[in-house]
Design a protein around this ligand. Sequence first.
Ligand code: HEC
Ligand code: HEC
Ligand code: HEC
Ligand code: HEC
Length: 424
Amino acid sequence: MSRRILLSIQTTMVILVLGGGFVFTDGTRPVLIAMGPSVQPVLMILFTCDTRGALQTCGCSSGQFGGLARQATPIDAERKKAGATLVVDGGNLAGDPERALVVVKSLKAVGYDAVVPTEGDEQLGAGFLAQANQLGIALVGSMPECKRMLAKEVAGRRVAVGSLLGNNEAALNSLNMGVKQALEERVQLLVVSSDCGAAVDTRVARSLEVKEMDVIIFSRGLAEPSTINRVHLVPTPQGGKAVCRVGVSWERAKVEIRTTYLPVTQELQEDRRVTPIIAKYYAEETSRAIVNGHMRPAEQLTQPYADRDQCVDCHQTTVESVSQHRHSEATETLKSKERLVPECLTCHSELYRRTKRWHPDDPIAWSGVECATCHGDGILHSQIGTKESTTRKVPESLCRSCHTPEQDPKFDYVKRLEGIRHWK
Ligand code: HEC
Ligand code: HEC
Ligand code: HEC
Ligand code: HEC
């Protein structure tokens, strides 16, 4: 080793000692590893994925993902504690490119080291990855807009981020290539985000022979962490609702990792760098929805369906009863949350459900979940009043199309039906 390299290593160590050393937590108790010439550094990998457009919690039920601004909070806290961190998002950003860009902007604001897009993200269109690239965040993958691998010096080690896509064979080939490149670049730890699923990841890990370095594969759908030779398989956070924290230590001859999941709940504080990005997006979405509302065709403006005012003559007590239900407040609920946007209107407003348009001045804009949601448009029936011209039976599946496991995990059909009773 030349004197120059030795010197630079010593300088690094002095800085680390002044910095107070690294804190290594295993989820239960923090272990402070004193820094000195004989002790190896520790690296904290923070991994997120599967945002799937959930920018912010909607408040429909508890236990939902707390949103991107809250996700940043545990990441920052870990960064303050740990000496060296590597922050990676494994993709599945959102279903449409505008929203996916909001996710990338938020990750960039928090200082993520890399984003590893999935095949689904690639499907967002030719322009998306290029635009994401322009935001200045490192994209890692086999797509043309991405780096094949991001290698950098962290915690005094050479660490790289890679991507794993495709089926069995393609995955093994790409990982073999990745490992080869990593070895050429003298990488000691390769961190791979996989989109292949647990079964393929496990098979690939078994057939991969690496002796010279360690590999961590973040694997979707894996039940629990496991290690095969020097390949460590780590389950990605379930439903994208947590930050996965992997502490890496080189204390002994080989790498040791410890995995913990930090849930991103609605109780966490919001990060002030992210909140404005999301607020801006929703403000634009609101005006888009209202502009679209203006374009509701004239014939629809007169009658997309008969609203409850058209039932009142013949079903007065029923209408009064239904108007007491939460269903009738559903659009008001969104107003109070400042979320009169398509993604929420789609369940909270019958007008939007039917016409894909919504405007606050529309006479039927504020009626929420309406008679027509459950009984059909009612146009003919409210004119002639025969039993046959409306539907009484409401299938359970209609309720469940809005009371989904995500929005209402405790939905009990029989009990909740009693909650809206307006029939004998
Ligand atoms: C898939 C349908 C669906 C979507 C989409 C949806 N909601 Fe809901 N929301 C519901 C259902 C169903 C409930 C009732 C849940 C319950 O009673 O536990 C609800 C309840 C709520 C409540 C609680 C109302 C209260 O006072 O108890 C809020 C707030 C809310 N939603 C806001 C939103 C926002 C904001 C969005 C958009 C980001 C949204 N919802 C999108 C179906 C939906
Ligand atoms: C002109 C009077 C009139 C108006 C207006 C009217 N209905 Fe009816 N509705 C009736 C009559 C009459 C029946 C049959 C009652 C019976 O035979 O038991 C009925 C029955 C129903 C039934 C039960 C059907 C069944 O198979 O048992 C539903 C549901 C219903 N109406 C919904 C509505 C809704 C929703 C509106 C407003 C959009 C509405 N009605 C407006 C007169 C009216
Ligand atoms: C078009 C979407 C939609 C459909 C269909 C729907 N709901 Fe709802 N429901 C909602 C929303 C949204 C809320 C929350 C409204 C709010 O508080 O703002 C809600 C709230 C409720 C509530 C009150 C909340 C509570 O916790 O008690 C009950 C009860 C309920 N729904 C029962 C039903 C039943 C039963 C059906 C089927 C017969 C049904 N809903 C069909 C969207 C829907
Ligand atoms: C969330 C769904 C839902 C909404 C919204 C809803 N209903 Fe119903 N309605 C039902 C169900 C469910 C039944 C009972 C079906 C059965 O008999 O199993 C019912 C029954 C009825 C009946 C038959 C009553 C009887 O005793 O014969 C009438 C009339 C009716 N609804 C009118 C209305 C009117 C008017 C509105 C709007 C003001 C409305 N409903 C809103 C779900 C809904």
